[in-house]
Design a protein around this ligand. Structure first.
Ligand code: SAM
Ligand code: DTB
Ligand code: SF4
Length: 345
């Protein structure tokens, strides 16, 4: 299969955003069905393994110590509790378990428990994903060794807007960790948030940054801002409702991500609660093929399994089996030589 392009220019991406909506959707749907079954959606479940009290000042986040959101800080959950929650998610048909910690970075003393969580969830046959903040090279290697399938680390917005949303780290810090994750052989999950009052040009810069990484992230979450009272962005948008992203622009962002990163899973992530089923259906048409299930994201509410099963049934869509996604993961973790050997057999 031809390698996807990583030399997109900003102009090309801006031109895609500018296409008539129907033309953009048609092109994205064509790309989608060339690489994936268009009626399949991969289901992931999120669990906050360490909530609140985070030292970073991300303007959207309820878990930052700089926000006044009422989210209580907790300690890292115990391994057994995490594994119980993973077993429940597997029973509900989820094929990937994503564990998130409100950390700037994990401490070395946390790593043994984190490693046990990865190994335990993997033994249940689910794919594992962790999002723990910035990693040292050694921590990335430890996670790879434990068999972690994906590491989520979002770039969130354009390089130009980054410093207005977060001041306690830089986009470069983010890209450094993504580089370590890639080097360690873990699949990269990286995306961002739309609806933070950013401009079209910022959305172009956001997709451009992801689509010109040395390898496209295997998974690209596109979150719609969940405006939380007490956060900088939640309060700003409450005062200026017109700054909120419109749903057509959101679907456009999904479509452009799909066209520019054709082999990636594009995940319709946070914010589905405030979207109509029709908007979500448009996102699936535009190439989104993964969602978070369950009634909670990390701290914010999510649609819930019953609501989602009903929606998928109405749309005639079905859950992607773990074996299909696992095969992709195993193939992408295989050294290039092995993949060639397999192809020659
Ligand atoms: N602390 C780690 C980090 O920042 O990488 C992991 C957890 S953090 C909550 C994961 C991602 O969730 C963020 O990068 C952001 O894109 C997304 N997120 C957080 N709060 C959100 C909100 N209110 N609305 C939409 N997405 C949000
Ligand atoms: C991602 O891009 N979205 C998820 C996951 N990665 C970790 C998190 C969404 C968080 C939404 C707000 C909350 O629950 O606090
Ligand atoms: Fe901390 Fe992550 Fe929230 Fe930023 S997004 S405040 S790093 S938990």
């Amino acid at each position: 299969m031809a390698e996807p392009r990583t030399d997109w220019t900003r102009e090309e991406i801006a031109e895609l955003f500018d296409l008539p909506f129907t033309e953009l959707l048609f092109r994205a749907a064509e790309v989608h069905r060339a690489h994936f079954a268009p009626d399949e959606v991969q289901l992931s479940t999120l669990l906050s393994i360490k909530t609140g009290g985070c030292a970073e000042d991300c303007g959207y986040c309820s878990q930052s110590v700089h926000a006044d959101s009422g989210v209580k800080a907790t300690k890292l959950l115990g391994v057994q509790e995490v594994l119980q929650r993973a077993a429940q998610a597997a029973d509900q048909g989820s094929t990937r378990f994503c564990m998130g910690a409100a950390w700037r970075n994990p401490k070395d003393r946390d790593m043994p428990a984190i490693i046990e969580m990865v190994k335990g969830v993997r033994e249940m046959g689910m794919e594992t994903c962790m999002t723990l903040g910035m990693l040292t090279p050694k921590q990335a290697d430890m996670l790879a060794e434990a068999g972690l399938d994906y590491y989520n680390h979002n770039i969130d917005t354009s390089p130009e807007r980054y410093g207005e949303v977060i001041t306690t780290r830089t986009m470069e810090d983010r890209l450094d960790t993504l580089g370590e994750v890639r080097r360690a052989g873990i699949n990269v999950c990286s995306g961002g948030i739309v609806g933070m009052g950013e401009t079209r040009e910022d959305r172009v810069g956001f997709v451009h940054t992801l689509a010109t990484l040395p390898d496209h992230p295997q998974s690209v979450p596109v979150n719609a801002l969940v405006p939380v009272k007490g956060t900088v962005l939640g309060d700003m948008l409450a005062d200026t409702p017109l700054a909120k992203i419109d749903e057509i622009e959101f679907v456009r962002t999904v479509a452009v991500a799909r066209i520019t990163m054709p082999h990636s899973m594009v995940r319709l992530s946070a914010g589905r609660e405030s979207m109509s089923e029709m908007t979500q259906a448009m996102c699936f048409l535009a190439g989104a093929n993964s969602i978070f299930t369950g009634d909670k994201l990390l701290t914010a509410p999510n649609a819930g399994d019953d609501v989602d099963s009903a929606m998928l049934a109405r749309l005639g869509m079905r859950a992607m089996a773990v074996s299909e996604t696992r095969a992709d993961v195993e193939a992408s973790r295989m050294p290039a030589g092995c993949a060639k050997l397999e192809a020659a057999e």
